[in-house]
Design a protein around this ligand. Sequence first.
Ligand SMILES: Cc1ncc(COP(=O)(O)O)c(C=O)c1O
Length: 490
Amino acid sequence: MNTTEEMLTEFLLREPLGSSGRTLQRELYLRLRQAIVSGRLAAGFQLPGTRTLARVLGISRNTAEAACQQLATEGYLLRDRRGARVVFLPQPAPGAEIQKSVKTYQAKLSLRAQAVASGSRRRQAPLLFSPGVPALNRFPLRRWSNCVENVLKTTGPALLAYGDPCGELALRNAIARHLSLARAIPCQAGQIIVTEGAQQALELSVQLLTNPGECAWLENPGYRGARTAFRQGELQIIPVAVDEEGMCCSPELWQSSPPALIYTSPSHQYPLGGVLSVARRFALLQRARETGAWIIEDDYDSEFRHTGDPVPAMQGLMTEPPVIYCGTFSKTMFPSLRIGYLVLPPQLVEAAMPVLNTLLRGGNRMTQLALAEFIERGYYARHLSAMRRLYRDRQLALRQALRDAIPCRHQIVGGGGGMHLSLVFASRLDDQALALQARRYHMAPAALSDFLHDESHLLSGLVLGYGNTSRSQFTASARRLGQLIAAAQR
Ligand SMILES: Cc1ncc(COP(=O)(O)O)c(C=O)c1O
């Protein structure tokens, strides 16, 4: 054996080639690759021909040939008439160096991503009083699974292909019919874009209608998901105060910070619960139309109105309104369904469609069709009315429990609809510390100050979701909250 052959046998055959349970070809490939990557076989090293390699290693020539060919295909070896040479590879950095460069990498998150993360909260498992979670144990799972099964049975493999980027037609039709009846929005399926929850609907609205740096108005306090979408779009966020009549858009504000986009939750302001008065609605629509601004109407929980009739949606108030209506099934069905939708005003459809057809892919088809069936069979309407009764009852009971248990001066607001009440403290308490303490007792109310988009510290209180907390738990939990509040006051 010459020196090259001796060297190769020394480290290629330190352990017998067949000992790992892999094929000989795979094992030889791996050992040679490791030797090249680690630098033991330096750049330019000339491997003997496969005939010699096979003899020295005691394997068949075919096996040696296949392993070398694989290394050549992947670019570790350069093969020519003389045999195979190891190519030049940048030297791997020592372990400590690698660690360092990984750290630098992690630190290189974009500023845009960092801004988004700073506004986010860790997802919690459903705990008592979690805002925004519907009564999960009351969902008619059997009916839902019938619909899913039926879709699978009746559609076949065609369903596995990409669907319409704007969503399944059956679902868009069902949504259009529901909105005309329940929300007084006269719309066609062609105006509806099915999204992955309201969050994607907000993000798409930002993408469609704004440019970085433009002003976007946000109710203050207001929905954090809208803030996230606005930050992602690099918009300049203008917090707009709200009172019991909803968003207060003063003439000075229109003058000083004309918006490209306005986010509002007019039927049930989130989280304080006011209804945007009809005078303010018309003023907002009028000014938006005059200035070319777009309004996002987030109608997240309007199906559950506890006092009086449902409040008609803004989008139905005029023809060609400057309004993008945004709906979700997260509250009326269940949050992990991840289905929401946009209703584009008719004048926007033609311009927006080519963009949406490029941005969206048309997935999630089975679930969309199952939901269409769930609506068409009447299960949705039945579930809605059962939940409306349940939430109305829970709202009254929680209100009573809080009234008896809260030791400080406060106001309870937001009970006109939906699935949460907001407890507003008359004087400032550290509500974020309170919300944190509540976790120790399996409760997850949100701190009201977390919904502020400025440093005003104008509000403190707790947002208490009752959708997924049963009535029997209210008295004891409210009493516990009362104790935490009393301790925070000392
Ligand atoms: C004001 C508001 N809008 C929309 C949503 C729904 O978001 P999604 O459909 O992305 O679950 C929520 C959920 O908590 C909400 O509170």
